[in-house]
Structures are given as C-alpha cells and as structure tokens.
Design a protein around this ligand. Structure first.
Ligand SMILES: [Zn+2]
Length: 252
C-alpha cells in the first residue's frame, strides 16, 4: 500500500515539475531529485521489512515481554541445545524453519512443536536469489515450504518470514494471495556477524526490552553458546519472555 502511495506521489510530483519548472535545467534537477528520493525510499522498503512498505508485517509484540525468533533451522546440534535452554527458562519462541532442512530433521520439527514453540515458514530452500525470482517461483518456494511443514507438523502453518527479510512487490503479492502472516522483527541480534558468544550476549542484553521481537539463528554455534548465558542474566534481571500462556495470543 505504501508503495502504491509512493508511486502516485512520484507521478504527481513529476507532472507538477514538468508544468511548473521555470526552465529545462531546473526541471531536470527537480526530476533528478524526485528520482533519487524514490530510489532511496524503494531501497529502504526492500531491505527493511518493518517499514511495512510492500507488505504489512508484525514487528513488535503488544505485551510487556520479549519474543525470541530463530531462523534457518532446524540444525542437528544447535537446535537441541537452544531448545534445552528455552525449556529450562520456560520460554517459548518462534522458529522459522527451512522446508528442506525440516525434511532432513523431522524429529527436531516434532520436538519444537511438542515443546510448545511456534513454527513458521522460511521457504523450502532459502535461496539467496529468492527476491530475484519470478512471481511463479517465489510462490512455488513459499508453497512448497508451507506444504513440507504442514505435513511434518500436521497443522496449518500461516506464519511466514522471507529469507534475509527482503520484500518486494512479487513477494508481497504471494504473501497476500496465500493469506500468510508476515512476521518481521524490531531487534536484530547480528548473530551472523558476531564471532564470540560474549559479544553476542552483550548485544542481546542491550536489545532485550519489553515488546521486542529479536532475530536470531538456531543454525549458528555462537547463538547456541550465547543463549544460556543471556537467559541466565535475563532471569537475574527478572526480564519477562513469552511463555506458554502468551505464545499463542500474538499471531491469531
Ligand atoms: Zn534466513
């Protein structure tokens, strides 16, 4: 919706420019500025899901608690470690699983579900070219991931997060067509960047505020190593995380 409004504003501005500009040189300068502004807004809309530029996404929770979200799993070593820590602290999380990995580790999918966490679709293959695919291929990837997870979980899966959090008009169309709930985040842990658990723990402590949806990855060693320390420190500070009585209320 915001994209359509931006396109409308750009067209109107360009038309006004064409008629009002006192001479050709000034008109060209104004058009260049409009073009650059549109390019900047468009780029930000593609890269930052939480702007809700192409599609409306949930990027914070309306409760004084913290929701941890884990992308790119399941992973045979790190997902079980993460599940154990979450269980110890009675914390429920949201796992965005890759369909092809879920097929490799169905027991982990079953464990995630059995232990009361939510499962979302992160496409079938998490292709780095997902955002560049044709509309049909985007739809195939999303549908295929959804079918895989629905078969393994034996329930409807309607939560979705696109790979790398990139959105564009094609991805937005597919999300709307399939009536998926797009889930973003408002706190990025950068666990894909941090090399040591200590630095990640410090970052997580900084991010942990009521209403936060934190982006993490359960396929990473650094995340599995940092999580027990972070959860222990959070317990000492009485920080509230999403639990079994609240997990289902957010995305209905
Ligand atoms: Zn991912």
């Amino acid at each position: 919706m915001k994209h359509k409004i931006s396109v409308f504003i750009v067209i109107i501005s360009a038309l006004i420019c064409a008629f009002v500009a006192p001479n050709t040189s000034i008109r060209n300068e104004w058009l260049l500025l409009i073009g650059l502004g549109f390019f900047f807004v468009l780029s930000a809309g593609v890269l930052f899901m939480r702007m809700n530029y192409f599609v409306k996404s949930i990027s914070r929770i309306q409760k004084p608690a913290i929701l941890l979200t884990f992308d790119d799993g399941p992973h045979p070593e790190n997902t079980p470690k993460i599940l154990a820590v979450l269980k110890e602290h009675n914390c429920k999380a949201l796992f965005f699983l890759i369909g092809s990995k879920a097929q490799q580790f169905p027991d982990l999918v079953e464990q995630i579900q059995r232990e009361g966490h939510l499962i979302g679709n992160h496409t079938q293959h998490h292709s780095p070219f997902f955002a560049m695919m044709s509309r049909k291929k985007v739809k195939d990837e999303v549908l295929s991931g959804q079918q895989t997870l629905e078969q393994l979980c034996n329930k409807k899966i309607n939560l979705f997060r696109p790979p790398v959090g990139i959105t564009n008009p094609k991805i937005a169309d597919v999300i709307n067509q399939l009536k998926l709930k797009s889930i973003s985040w408002n706190k990025r842990s950068f666990d894909t960047v941090f090399k040591t658990p200590q630095r990640l723990v410090r970052r997580l402590q900084f991010l942990a505020k009521p209403g936060s949806i934190i982006l993490l990855h359960d396929n990473l060693n650094v995340t599995a190593e940092a999580l027990p320390v972070f959860m222990e420190k959070s317990a000492q500070k009485n920080l509230e995380f999403v639990n079994e009585s609240t997990i289902n209320s957010f995305f209905q």
